[in-house]
Structures are given as structure tokens and as C-alpha cells.
Design a protein around this ligand. Structure first.
Ligand SMILES: Cc1cc2nc3c(=O)[nH]c(=O)nc-3n(C[C@H](O)[C@H](O)[C@H](O)COP(=O)(O)OP(=O)(O)OC[C@H]3O[C@@H](n4cnc5c(N)ncnc54)[C@H](O)[C@@H]3O)c2cc1C
Length: 293
């Protein structure tokens, strides 16, 4: 099923994200994760794409398994900055061949390696160009990323939203947000999208806090603010993994309840391949998920 149709049918879409195992780890390890997520009945599961790494080929394989063996709708992420036009065309053919109907069209991060060889000519400088390519093909429901607290490469949120509008107008059906920990930032962002004329569904990206240093690193990289409430939690429980996990799950639950109360169209849980964590959060919102079907 196309995710754009899912949004037509459901008041709130609840999805999850996983990442493929590293190339030197057997691909089967992901099936343990999927076995755990299956019972949670997410509306779809998305699979990230490691642009330069050897594990990139696994995205299509895993997305196909999710759809056809686990019976859960799937979405494959695809990045374009480091690919030539021919490579992207081949990837699109592979996705179609695997029966994948949903793609999250991304630029990908600019590789930090100063010796990285970008394709020449550089066909895909921004995600909207990949959106155009996928739209031309016509086989997919197309998602794209958005950044409630501004993409770190962009000068300001106003410009970022202007660029987002152009991306959406290229043929995006729905957006999935970067992680954030202050819901007010997200609600204000939604108001700005409304003013900019962006009216497609937006899923809120929620990441449970499980590790102090990892979360601080991610916030630094993505430009996401650490609210005082979260900082207090990290200071108090940061050195005790069990307590932090418990507090992190409660924080994510509270964020989700507030977002759904505030009318968000979707929740995208970064599962981090930890089905037990996802399960406890999903259990906390069981009735809310039923109520918003
Ligand atoms: C939900 C989600 C999932 C992700 N999954 C993956 C993944 O699987 N693999 C991975 O490698 N990365 C992933 N990323 C990270 C993503 O690739 C990076 O954040 C990347 O830096 C930007 O990608 P984008 O698609 O948002 O790019 P774009 O939409 O191209 O935006 C990138 C920057 O360019 C600017 N820009 C856009 N269009 C224009 C224009 N026309 N002119 C001038 N400037 C412009 C934007 O304002 C922004 O600053 C994900 C991010 C999110 C939020």
C-alpha cells in the first residue's frame, strides 16, 4: 500500500524506522529485530540507506522482506548526493523489481572525507532532484525529510522552509521530521509550514533517549535543542543505563501523547533496532493508537 493512501485512511499514522546491520554482520540479525516489531503492528517500517557503505544494498532486501514476509508495509530510504544518474536509475529499477511502493527521498549528508569523489557531473545536489526523478517514474509514494529546528547546513529556518516548499512541490506526498525533544519547536514549525502553504501530512520523528553521550552528539550534529527538562534527566540518570532507559521511554511517551493531542498526523519512532524499547513505548499508547485509527 502506498503511504499517501495510509494517510487518507488514518487519523494518525504510527511508523517505525530500522537500520540495516553493518555489512560484516549477517543480514539475518535484523530479523530478530523485525520479529520483535511485528507484534506491534506499526503502520509501516522504514529502512535507512547508508549512502557510501557496503550495507546500502541491504535496504532494498530488508524492505522487501518486511513487506512480503512480515506483512507490514515498508518504505526504503534512498540518498542521492553520492550517486550518478545511472546509479539512481538502477536503484529505482531495483526498488520496483522488489515491489517496494514507498521511498523516502533524501540528499544524504555531505561526506566528511575531503578525498571523497563526487560524481561528475553532480546530478543530485539536493533531494528535490531525486524527488523529480522518482515522480517521473510514477511508481512510488514519495516521502521526504524536514527539520523543525532548521537543517544544519541552512542559514535560517525561513530559507530552509522555502527550500522545503520547492521540494514538496516537486512531488512529495508526506514528510518525516528530524528528531526533536521540545514539542513547542515542532508545533511552531507546523504553523510556519501552514503559512508557507505546505499542507501535506508531517510525521514527527521521535527518538527515545537511551544513552547520554549518543544523544548529546546527535543533538550537536543535527542542531536539535536540549530542553532543560531533558538536560536534568541526562544529568540525573546519564550514568545509570537502566534508569536512563526508563526515563527516556517515559519522555518519548509524553512527547507522543502531547503531539497526538495537538493534532499531529503521524509519529515516526526511531526504533534504533531495539524492539523491547519500542514495545514499551507502543504499549504506553495502546488506547491512543486505537482511538486515532
Ligand atoms: C527522517 C530522516 C531520515 C533520514 N534517513 C537517512 C538515511 O537513511 N540515510 C542517510 O544517509 N541520511 C538520512 N537522513 C539524513 C539526511 O540525509 C541529511 O539530513 C542530509 O543532510 C539532508 O538531506 P535532505 O534530504 O533533507 O536534503 P535537502 O532537502 O536537499 O536539504 C539539504 C540542505 O540543502 C538545502 N536546500 C534544499 N534545496 C535547496 C535548493 N533548491 N537550493 C539551495 N539549498 C537547498 C536545505 O535548506 C538544506 O539545508 C535522514 C534524515 C531524516 C530527517
Amino acid at each position: 500500500m502506498k503511504i499517501k493512501d495510509l494517510f487518507e485512511q488514518k487519523e494518525v499514522v504510527f511508523s517505525m524506522e530500522i537500520f540495516p546491520p553493518k555489512f560484516d554482520v549477517p543480514v539475518e540479525t535484523i530479523y530478530k529485530t523485525l520479529d520483535g516489531l511485528k507484534g506491534l503492528e506499526p503502520d509501516y517500517i522504514s529502512v535507512t540507506y547508508g549512502a557510501g557503505g557496503k550495507s546500502k544494498d541491504r535496504t532494498v532486501e530488508i524492505a522487501k522482506k518486511i513487506k512480503y514476509e512480515y506483512g507490514i508495509e515498508s518504505m526504503a530510504h534512498l540518498t542521492c548526493i553520492s550517486h550518478s544518474k545511472d546509479e539512481v536509475k538502477k536503484l529505482i529499477t531495483d526498488l520496483k523489481g522488489a515491489g517496494i511502493e514507498n521511498v523516502l527521498a533524501l540528499r544524504g549528508d555531505i561526506p566528511e572525507d575531503p578525498d571523497f569523489q563526487f560524481p561528475t557531473p553532480l546530478h543530485y545536489e539536493h533531494a528535490y532532484q531525486l524527488v523529480q526523478e522518482l515522480k517521473k517514474d510514477g511508481s512510488f509514494s514519495i516521502g521526504a525529510a524536514c527539520y523543525p529546528e532548521c537543517h544544519p547546513d541552512c542559514v535560517n529556518l525561513k530559507t530552509d522552509i522555502k527550500n522545503l516548499k520547492a521540494k514538496v512541490d516537486s512531488g512529495v506526498d508526506f514528510l518525516v521530521s528530524q528528531l526533536f525533544f521540545d514539542n513547542e519547536e515542532f508545533f511552531e514549525f507546523m504553523e510556519k509550514l501552514d503559512i508557507a502553504g505546505i499542507d501535506i501530512p508531517v510525521e514527527a520523528g521521535i527518538m527515545p533517549v537511551l544513552n547520554k553521550n549518543q544523544i548529546l552528539r546527535m543533538c550537536k550534529l543535527s542542531g536539535c535543542k536540549v530542553p532543560k527538562k531533558l538536560q536534568r534527566m541526562l544529568d540525573r540518570f546519564g550514568d545509570d543505563p537502566q534508569s536512563l532507559r526508563e526515563a527516556g521511554e517515559a519522555y518519548a511517551t509524553e512527547q507522543i501523547i502531547d503531539l497526538v493531542t495537538g493534532g499531529v498526523r503521524g509519529i515516526h519512532l526511531y526504533s534504533m533496532n531495539k524492539p523491547d524499547v519500542s514495545k514499551r513505548i507502543w504499549d504506553n499508547i495502546q488506547s491512543i493508537r486505537r482511538f486515532t485509527k
